[in-house]
Design a protein around this ligand. Sequence first.
Ligand code: NAP
Ligand code: MG
Length: 398
Amino acid sequence: MSKIKVSTPLVELDGDEMTRIIWEKIKEELILPYLDIDLKYFDLHVSNRDKTDDGVTIDAALAIKEFGVGVKCATITPDAERVKEYSLKKAWASPNATIRSILDGTVIRKPIMISNIPPAVKSWKSPITIARHAYGDIYKAKEMEISEPGLVELVYTSSETDAEVRIPVHEFEGPGVVMGMHNTSSSIKSFAKSCISYALAEKIDLWFCAKDTISKVYHAKFRQEFEALANQREADFKSAGISFKYFLIDDAVAQLMKSEGGMLLALMNYDGDVMSDMVASGFGSLGLMTSVLVSPDGKYEYEAAHGTVKRHYYKHLKGEETSTNSIASIFAWTGALAKRGELDENKELVEFAAKLERAVVKTVESGFMTGDLASITSAAKPVKLQTTEFIMKVKESL
Ligand code: NAP
Ligand code: MG
C-alpha cells in the first residue's frame, strides 16, 4: 500500500524505561510503515531533560501549542532516588506538570473497553471518562500543626486598598491541625471550558460533581462557573444531543455504580485523583487507560495514563522476558492521529487510526494478550504474549 500523507506535523515526545522501548517498537512497526508523517521529535528521556536543563520539555510544550496535537511517551518524574540513579543535576519537575501549566490544560482519562475484559461493575457498558481539575485545592494548600490553644483565622488583605477581611476558622482549646487552600476563577473557568469542549467533541453527557451543600462558597464557585458556561453553550449541547448535569459528589458515586457509563465525569482535584484510580482498576488494567491533555483553546496531547513501568524495565535490563501491555501507548498514537486527521479533514488518516484501534481490540478478543490482561480476561484459553510479540500480533491483525 502507499503511505497515507499527513500534511501537518505531529509533535512527538519520547520518554523513559519500558515505555520508551515499547514506543520505539510501535513507531517502527505500526506507524512509520503506513504514514508519510513529519514528526517533530523531542527527547524527554530524563538524561536529556537534565542535559538541556529541562529546556526540551518547555520546547515540546511550545511545539504542541504551535502545531496543536502531540503524542507523549511516559516519563520519569525524578525524585531523590532517580537523581542518584541517573546522576541528575537536580530533581526536575514532572514533565506532565510543566506541559500542563504551559498549555493550561485539563487531563482527561478514558478506559479502553474490550469485550473479553469485563469491567468490575456489571452495569458498565461504555467507558467512564474522567476529567480531573489539576490545579489547587489540597495540592497547593498550606498546613499547620497547632500545639496549644488559640485562634486560627483566615485573613485576606487587598493589594489595592490594604483593606482586611478576617474570618475565624477555629478557636482551638487544645492541639490540632489546620489547612488553608485556594483556587482561582480563571483556572476553574479553563477547566470548565476544556470539559465542555471535550464533551461536545465526543458527544457524551457531562456530569460535574461537587459538594456545594456543605461548601457554599468554594465548591459552589465551581458549580456556578460550570453552569454559566454550560448555559452559554446550550444550543451546542442540544445539537450534539448531550446534556450537562450537576450532581452532589456522593449522589454521583451512587448513580455511577448503577449506570451504563458513557459520560464525562468532571471532578475537583482530590475527587478526580481518587476516582480516576478507582475507575481505572474498575475497567481492568492501567494498561488500558488512556489520557489526553486538553487545553481550553483546543490543543491536545495524548498519552497512556500509566508510568514507565519501572519494574518490567529492570527485568528487561537483566535480559528477562517481559509482558508489558502496549495498548494504552498505541491508543495514545491513534488518539493523536485521529485528532490530527479530524483537524486537517484527512479522512484516510482518521480511518487508519480507527483500523489500528480495531486491530488491537481484535487481537485481544481473539485471545492474544499481555500478562496483565490474561489474568483478568473472560476468554477461556488466553495466550499470554511477551511485550514485542503482542505488538507484532497487532501488526498482523492490522
Ligand atoms: P507504573 O509505570 O504506572 O507501573 C506500576 C505497576 O502497574 C507496574 O509495575 C505494573 O504492575 C502495572 N502496570 C502499569 N502499566 C502497565 C502496563 N502497560 N502493562 C502491564 N502492567 C502495567 O508506575 P511506577 O512503575 O511506579 O512508576 C515508574 C515511573 O513512572 C516513575 O518514575 C513515575 O515518575 C513515572 N510516571 C509517569 C507518568 C507519566 O509520564 N504520565 C505517570 C505515572 C508515573 P506489575 O509490576 O504488578 O506487573
Ligand atoms: Mg491518584
